[in-house]
Design a binder for this molecule. Structure first.
Ligand code: AMP
Ligand code: MG
Length: 406
């Protein structure tokens, strides 16, 4: 059976970054930039005041009690019309252009307006250049301000706006069809009858796809019969990625692999050596979503297995399709709060909680159907295969789950 690492490498080999497309600035957050960005301006565009105050000539302020004549008032967006000379000053607001002649700004809090209408400077000494941001100090016209390949956060959107880029070339976002399979499933709004359970995996996967930067397309529940599966999977295959839950194990109604094969999807692997999540199915379908191929993941139906398989395999694949580095979840080291007996021959991902001091507490997890305990987890603790007692305090690796603010 394939190891997790082998299976991941196989998945990533099939995942090619999607083509870049012109993207409106306000749609670009979370996308990967596909071109370098050159500034079309100097920033700031002029020597500017960074405080509200008075523009002065620093060297001319030798006499502490001197009163300066106010020439004019320059607000942000306006231009000075007069040069500052010794004995004079200009009232200036934050962001406004420095008047010619002036080389410093004194904060308004360090001045006093005399009865004469003149201004007294209380600060001493006044240094040349104080409270001024020079033209092009942040960036110059023609300068590359963002490199291609960078993921665009809100900060970069602001910078793109500053340099006039209301549209950029960015890698497309993968659209991901989600199908939950099972005769026993009813939607969340329904009250389950005998033998039924609610469809947890549909909403779980929609949320996971969003967290991983894809666009989820929820196709609902497919029943465990070839006709319904075929109809829903046919629609799903027009997307970049298909994520199915259930129907990939060894039960008599686990029909997903056969229906996928009937629809022309090529199986790349079935089963990976891990716990939970061993029945994972992965394949591809050529030409179904435009030029590229559709990646198809058949995740085991138990919700914890679904989550673990998604985070280990689907998330890195989505990262690669989006043009980002396929790093998966962040890995952290933590020390076990209590000893742990690792059993069985499969590497295990165990729902757990890390505390700030680098301690990890394994949760009392009742198995791969136990979504309730998973809700208390902020990481998956990793144990390699093999029977072994892990001592309290021993350092292990954990995969950090996205936080509630992700
Ligand atoms: P399967 O992989 O289809 O054999 O399903 C394994 C287990 O997961 C069964 O107990 C199913 O009832 C359960 N299961 C399958 N799909 C879902 C789902 N969408 N939501 C919650 N549990 C599910
Ligand atoms: Mg099933």
């Amino acid at each position: 059976m394939l190891s997790v690492d082998e299976a991941l490498q196989i998945v990533l080999k099939q995942a090619e970054p999607l083509p870049p497309a012109p993207t409106k600035l306000l749609d670009a957050r979370g996308r990967v930039l596909a071109e370098p960005i050159v500034s079309d301006i100097d920033s700031p565009p002029h020597d500017k005041s960074i405080v509200d105050g008075y523009a002065v000539i620093a060297d001319s302020l030798v006499d502490r009690d001197a009163e300066l004549t106010v020439l004019e008032e320059v607000t942000a967006g306006a231009c000075p019309t007069q040069s500052v000379r010794p004995g004079t000053t200009t009232r200036i607001m934050t962001g406004a252009p420095l008047p010619p002649g002036a080389d410093a700004v004194v904060m308004v809090e360090q001045t006093r307006l005399a009865a004469s209408g003149k201004v007294q400077i209380l600060q001493s000494p006044v240094r040349s250049g104080q409270n001024i941001m020079r033209r092009a100090a942040a960036m110059g016209r023609g300068q590359v301000v963002l490199a291609g390949g960078q993921c665009l956060r809100a900060i970069e959107l602001g910078l793109l706006a500053e340099v006039g880029r209301h549209q950029v070339k960015a890698v497309s976002i993968p659209s991901v069809a989600v199908i939950a399979t099972g005769n026993e499933l009813v939607e969340a709004a329904a009250v389950p009858a005998t033998g039924q359970i609610r469809n947890s995996n549909g909403p779980l996967l929609v949320g996971l796809v969003e967290q991983a930067g894809g666009t989820p397309v929820n196709l609902g529940i497919a029943r465990d019969n070839a006709d319904d599966l075929r109809a829903k999977i046919t629609v799903a295959l027009s997307h970049n990625v298909v994520v199915l839950s259930g129907g990939v194990s060894a039960g008599v109604l686990d029909l997903v692999p056969q229906v996928l094969a009937d629809l022309g999807a090529l199986q790349v692997f079935h089963k990976v050596n891990l716990k939970p999540g061993k029945p994972l199915w992965f394949g591809t379908k050529r030409g179904a979503s435009g030029d590229g191929q559709t990646l198809v993941f058949g995740l085991p139906g138990n919700p914890v297995s679904t989550l673990v398989c998604f985070e280990l395999f689907v998330r890195p694949a989505l990262q690669k399709l989006r043009g980002a580095a396929p790093t998966g979840l962040p890995r952290i080291k933590a020390r076990l709060a209590r000893e742990h007996q690792q059993r069985g021959d499969r590497p295990t991902y165990w729902p757990a909680q890390t505390q700030s001091a680098g301690i990890v507490t394994l949760l009392n997890w009742k198995g791969s159907g136990d979504l309730r305990t998973l809700a208390d987890a902020n990481c998956l603790a990793f144990f390699p295969s093999g029977e072994r007692l892990f001592a309290a305090g021993e350092e292990i690796e954990c995969l950090r789950l996205p936080g509630s603010d992700a």
